[in-house]
Design a protein around this ligand. Structure first.
Ligand code: HH2
Length: 284
């Protein structure tokens, strides 16, 4: 299988010769590591531009935390948090993805200029597939076992890599049947979403397998609990350095997009990994 050379989004073609870095912009009071920091619209927009200057290719705007134990946010509230920021960033030429599980939020964000829908529920909702197809949007299909409120209680798999892989390919096929171009689809194993530390590590060891299909692969490890457990630190800068290690190892396995909080560190890690591996050996 040859490596996909671009990602088709609503109005753009994003080249994949170099790793794409997606910067996280959480407009939530309760996110993992930056909850509450960017609730103010001006601060949020400023932070987005700081990430773009640091090398972000995409800014991922989210108004609902999906961290373990978090509860859903009402639609009106999510729309109010997300839409003005998406609109302002898109008008300024930033490539915006909207991190949402709600078809109406996705549709409204695409209307005001978002390019990509990042759906942590993996396009399970048929309306979400229709929204993405109608807008010709790019889409990230992510794997999650269960729901955020309960997903970390007792995650179980017989074969985590095979099950995640099968789900992602099945959802990509459903998207295709709903009219989504296969060039618009990126798949993501959903690190930390209904997974133990061992499940996460097993998936991170087998990213090359996911990258062996026709879809580019994205991975989000940034500041996640498994890194806190492994390193024994809560210190954000040290978690960002640990994240950079995962970025390098992911890029070496052919991953095309990384979702991170510290864009500069991830960009450097990806650049070094690209220089070492050249044409990724996994894609031969
Ligand atoms: N992780 C989080 C949120 N969205 N989207 C994709 N595609 N992949 C991920 O791994 C992913 C994601 C969780 O991280 P964070 O944004 O730090 O936390 P929260 O959900 O609390 O906002």
């Amino acid at each position: 299988m040859t490596r996909p050379i671009h990602w088709r989004t609503r109005s753009r073609i994003l080249p994949l010769q170099r790793t794409l870095v997606m910067g996280v912009l959480n407009l939530t009071p309760d996110s993992f590591s930056d909850g509450g920091a960017y609730l103010d619209r001006r601060q949020a927009v400023e932070h987005a531009y700081t990430m773009v200057e640091a090398g972000a290719d995409i800014v991922d705007v989210g108004g609902e935390s999906t961290r373990p134990g978090s509860l859903p946010v009402p639609e009106d509230e999510e729309l109010a948090r997300v839409i003005p920021v998406v609109e302002e960033l898109a008008a300024g030429g930033v490539v915006v993805s909207v991190d949402t599980r709600k078809p109406k939020v996705a549709a409204a964000a695409l209307d005001v200029g978002a390019e990509i829908v990042n759906d942590v529920s993996g396009l399970r909702h048929p309306d979400m597939r229709a929204v993405v197809a109608d807008a010709g949007a790019g889409v990230v299909i992510m794997h999650m076992q269960g729901e955020p409120a309960t997903m970390q209680q007792d995650p179980r798999y017989d074969d985590v890599v095979a099950e995640v892989e099968a789900f992602l390919l099945a959802q990509a096929e459903l998207a295709r049947e709903a009219g989504v171009s296969s060039e618009a689809v990126v798949i993501d194993p959903g690190i930390g979403f209904g997974k133990t530390v061992d499940h996460n590590l097993e998936l991170l060891r087998h990213l090359h397998r996911l990258a062996g299909h026709r879809y580019p692969v994205m991975v989000g490890t940034s500041r996640k609990t498994f890194l806190r457990r492994i390193t024994g630190t809560e210190e954000v800068h040290r978690l960002d350095e640990a994240t950079a290690v995962t970025v390098a190892l992911a890029v070496a396995q052919g991953v095309a997009v990384v979702r991170v909080h510290d864009v500069g560190l991830a960009r450097d890690a990806a650049t070094v990994a690209e220089a070492i591996v050249g044409e990724s050996p996994w894609q031969a």
